[in-house]
Write a protein that binds this ligand. Structure first.
Ligand SMILES: Cc1cc2nc3c(=O)[nH]c(=O)nc-3n(C[C@H](O)[C@H](O)[C@H](O)COP(=O)(O)OP(=O)(O)OC[C@H]3O[C@@H](n4cnc5c(N)ncnc54)[C@H](O)[C@@H]3O)c2cc1C
Length: 342
């Protein structure tokens, strides 16, 4: 008799791996199928966790829950996987104009910003900081490549493409493998999943990034202007990113490269050389909230998707909530529950 796996997980990006770790924490046996794909979203992601979003200095949805404890969460994973891939950091949001400065001043007294933001008038050589800087705390950087590599080396993984022709839901079998549950974490490739593709509207949202060589200092900080500048190593900085909704073509484009360069020139006052240009496809949802839950007909078939541009900050707590739902029947929050689509 073949062994029964508690949870087959299809997709080994950030969502699939955090789902696997959460289920293992609760005692479940797991196997991830991942056909690694060089421009999968999780591989190219900048890996930033930033509690402050948008033009109007908005503290993101459930920010206290997502950000309190985020550093401890990733540091625990580093111990468990015996690797270094997370760094807490302060993001330095460049205030772009007198108008933006006024928006910030009208909001600065609100209690929700306490612990997240403070203003600094100090100039930063090389950047246009005439209107000041907002220091954004409780953020961090996940080196997604190192995180996924550590998962691959330490967690049960099958590197092949999951073949729907081998899936028999009536017998809970995948080929010769028996399972209790199957959880799909396929990113935008869910569009090819015959069980979910007609039920969901996951919007592929292509993002492009460039890397440049420049003398900007101090190294180690993240600057958020018209584009973000993320220090990588030596003189190398990553700059991003673009958003093209509905685009799942796998190649970077001249148009978006030029868009990034125009925005970079508004932020950086130093000479630079362009050295890399690449892209990935984010899995976004139509209402910009993640999608978690169970198939309407197959009660042991589930899905985690729609992390958009925020999996690094959202997925740790949401995969924990999903594992409690799967193992202890704890209800999911209605705003992320897949049932909102039917
Ligand atoms: C340019 C860019 C910058 C970004 N920056 C950030 C950032 O700073 N911070 C942040 O939080 N997020 C960022 N993101 C978003 C982040 O990358 C996504 O939220 C995240 O990667 C989604 O992870 P996922 O695991 O759901 O999907 P994916 O990363 O798409 O992973 C899905 C995996 O499933 C595999 N798969 C699919 N179908 C099958 C199958 N049939 N068989 C086997 N394997 C399969 C795929 O090959 C892939 O490996 C960025 C994204 C882009 C494109």
């Amino acid at each position: 008799m073949s062994e029964t796996i508690d949870f087959i997980i299809v997709g080994g990006g950030i969502s699939g791996r955090l789902m696997q770790l959460a289920l293992q924490n609760q005692g479940g046996t797991t196997l991830v199928f991942d056909e690694a794909n060089s421009n999968q979203s999780s591989i190219v992601a900048a890996g930033l966790a930033n509690p402050l979003v948008g033009k109007f200095f908005t503290i993101g949805w459930r920010a206290n829950e997502f950000f309190n404890g985020l550093t401890d969460f990733y540091q625990d994973l580093e111990n468990r996987l015996d690797a270094h891939f997370y760094k807490p950091c302060t993001m330095r949001r460049i205030i772009a104009s007198a108008g933006e400065q006024n928006i910030w001043l009208s909001k600065a007294h609100q209690s929700k910003y306490v612990g997240f933001c403070d203003f600094s008038p100090e100039p930063i050589p090389g950047l246009d900081t005439n209107f000041g800087i907002l220091n954004v705390h409780q953020g961090g950087e996940l080196d997604t490549r190192l995180f996924l590599k550590a998962c691959y080396e330490n967690l049960p993984t099958d590197n092949s493409k999951f073949d729907f022709g081998l899936l028999n839901m009536a017998k809970n079998r995948y080929g010769n493998l028996k399972f209790k549950h199957i959880v799909f974490c396929e990113g935008y490739k869910v569009m090819e999943n015959p069980y979910f593709n007609t039920l969901l509207n996951v919007v592929p949202t292509k993002g492009e990034l460039i890397e440049i060589d420049t003398e900007l200092a101090p190294k180690g900080d993240i600057y958020l202007g018209s584009v973000f500048l993320q220090y990588l190593y030596d003189r190398r900085w990553r700059v991003g990113s673009t958003y093209s909704q509905g685009d799942s073509s796998p190649f970077p484009t001249e148009m978006m490269k030029n868009d990034l360069l125009v925005k970079l020139d508004k932020t950086l006052n130093l000479p630079y050389t362009l050295v890399e240009h690449y892209c990935g496809i984010r899995p976004a949802s139509i209402d910009r909230k993640p999608i978690l839950g169970t198939h309407p007909l197959h009660k042991n078939m589930h899905l985690v998707n729609g992390m958009g541009s925020k999996s690094v900050s959202l997925a740790p707590l949401l995969t924990q909530e999903m594992s409690e739902y799967l193992i202890n029947n704890t209800p999911l929050q209605p705003e992320v529950d897949i049932q909102r689509f039917w």
